[in-house]
Design a protein around this ligand. Structure first.
Ligand code: IMP
Length: 192
């Protein structure tokens, strides 16, 4: 079964393909010829995920899903949240984003945070939303070389390692995206 996954991020594709399994052929945006920037200017993660999925479905007519993720930090009132990718600059500068987060967290004793992913699926013209959350804490400094984005700054509750110190399988088992994608996969299994 062919499904467009609204990403060109190889890390994400690998993480999601591991969870969804071989019976679904995941096609990236580039592979289906979508090279333009897809609008993503809604005020919520759910709104952005739906906006992206609707755009792709209107453009291709192929079943598809899109995700949007935010890092929500308690002591920052849920920031950077929906602005996680463009926290420090208008571009998508992971290094600047991590630096700014550490700056804003300097001296704060409450380090609690969560990653939250919203996935919007459009299948046979019907829309569905799935959510995954993982609670954890923001580190005082970067830890680990793996993963991407804010991974070196996030230690999930109950663990000593940051996401960047885990294998992609370890991260998938507990991550926001892993959780949301498992809900998506369960739903897809039922509709097959
Ligand atoms: P997006 O919605 O997946 O594009 O992600 C929004 C922002 O959150 C970007 O800055 C990503 O680098 C970051 N992000 C998304 N997923 C993860 C993750 O699993 N770990 C760390 N950072 C992430």
């Amino acid at each position: 079964m062919k499904l467009i996954f609204a990403t060109n991020n190889a890390h994400k594709l690998r993480e999601v393909a591991e969870v969804v399994g071989d019976e679904f052929e995941l096609v990236t945006l580039r592979e289906c010829g979508i090279t333009e920037d897809i609008p993503e200017d809604e005020p919520t993660l759910e709104g952005n995920a739906l906006q992206k999925a609707r755009y792709i479905y209107a453009r291709t007519g192929i079943d598809c899903f899109a995700d949007d993720t935010g890092l929500e930090v308690d002591a920052l009132g849920g920031e950077p949240g929906v602005r996680s990718a463009r926290y420090a600059t208008d571009g998508h500068d992971d290094e600047a984003n991590k630096r700014l987060l550490l700056e804003r967290m300097a001296g704060k004793s409450d380090r609690a945070a969560q990653f939250r992913t919203a996935i919007a699926l459009i299948i046979g013209g019907e829309e569905h939303l799935f959510e995954g959350v993982v609670r954890g804490a923001i580190t005082e400094a970067e830890r680990g070389e793996g993963g991407f984005g804010y991974d070196p700054l996030f230690v999930p509750d109950g663990y000593e390692s940051s996401f960047a110190e885990m294998s992609s399988q370890e991260k998938n088992a507990i991550s926001h995206r892993g959780r949301a994608v498992r809900k998506l996969a369960e739903y897809l299994q039922k509709t097959k």
